[in-house]
Design a protein around this ligand. Structure first.
Ligand SMILES: [Zn+2]
Ligand SMILES: [Zn+2]
Length: 315
């Protein structure tokens, strides 16, 4: 049975009820399905994508969530796309260890899938993301990420766009402010910048973006893709070195990572960027999101951004 989108009458937001995904495997103990010869990778590959076998969103007749909500419809089939992106055939590698040339190939694949999903017409928003580490629910260690294609622009993207609609390119202004201050900047090659945000909601949270506005991954030219690969490789390698050697640290540094980019229907405020959010506050210690934070929508970050940046710059 496919999942369904249900409209929450209190918030007006759609929730994906995906009961069918409860049966998917947890940390398989047999052969890795992503290694060459495995279930999802029968042929040799360098990078690879394929549709998720347990999709949270499935291709089908397009759904119009705005029309549905206006007409009082509260349930829709969970239409869209759910894909898996394999970064490398090497099982024990991580995106940060792959090297800039291989990360660049992953960037090309992200861009190609973004273009392909927007060309379908039933996808309004493409979210490229990765949940790394058992702490954040990754069920297979092989280096991989995912892509969801939503039939609507999801709330986290809407919030940022609304803010930019009223204040201009807020991201470009943030980058200028961070470069002027300098204390939280981790990477700057003149084109791409990585920094710990002034008001980071996450301990060791990082943003990565091009100084000049580019709307989507598939809009990046060759130089832009090189720059993204360098910036991302630099930051992920810092994460991998951050608590290395600490006996309490997780063997794999866990993080959440997601791109925000322009929806299918673009606006001139859309500015591609990447969010990185580690779930831990110190080696092996999860930062739980507390009731006061969920209840208020106001996060409390126990690690001061300047201190996080200082240690990330030093490793
Ligand atoms: Zn593998
Ligand atoms: Zn964002």
């Amino acid at each position: 049975m496919p999942g369904e989108l249900r409209l929450d009458p209190l918030t007006g937001e759609w929730v994906n009820i995906a009961g069918h995904r409860q049966n998917r495997p947890n940390l398989p103990t047999g052969g890795c399905p992503f290694c060459v010869g495995g279930l999802e990778a029968p042929e040799p590959y360098d990078t690879r994508w394929f549709p998720n076998r347990w999709p949270a969103l499935e291709p089908g007749e397009p759904v119009d969530v705005a029309a549905a909500a206006a007409s009082g419809t509260t349930t829709l089939p969970a239409r869209g796309a759910a894909e898996v992106i394999l970064y490398s055939p090497v099982h024990d590698a991580s995106l940060g260890e792959l090297g800039v040339a291989q990360i660049r190939k992953v960037v090309d694949l992200w861009a190609a899938r973004t273009a392909a999903l927007y060309a379908r017409g039933d996808v309004e928003y493409v979210l490229v993301f990765e949940s790394r580490g058992e702490e954040v629910g990754a069920t297979i260690h092989h280096p991989h990420g995912q892509i969801y294609g939503y039939p609507f622009v999801p709330p986290a993207a809407v919030v940022e766009r609304e803010h930019a609609r009223h204040h201009g390119d807020t991201l470009a202004a943030e980058i200028r402010a961070e470069l002027d201050d300098g204390r939280r900047v981790l990477f700057d090659d003149g084109q791409w910048v990585a920094w710990v945000p002034f008001a980071s909601a996450y301990p060791y949270g990082v943003r990565i973006a091009p100084r000049s506005r580019v709307a989507r991954l598939d809009d990046l030219d060759a130089g832009g893709r090189d720059g993204l690969a360098s910036a991302l490789g630099d930051v992920l390698a810092r994460y991998d070195r951050l608590w290395r050697g600490d006996p309490a640290a997780s063997p794999i540094f866990p993080y959440l990572m997601w791109f925000h980019q322009a929806p299918r229907v673009r606006e001139d405020v859309d500015h591609l960027h990447l969010h990185l959010a580690p779930p831990q506050r110190s080696p092996g210690v999860l930062r739980f999101v507390a009731a006061g934070e969920v209840g208020s929508g106001t996060f409390s970050n126990p690690v001061v951004p300047e201190a996080a940046a200082e240690v990330l710059r030093s490793v």
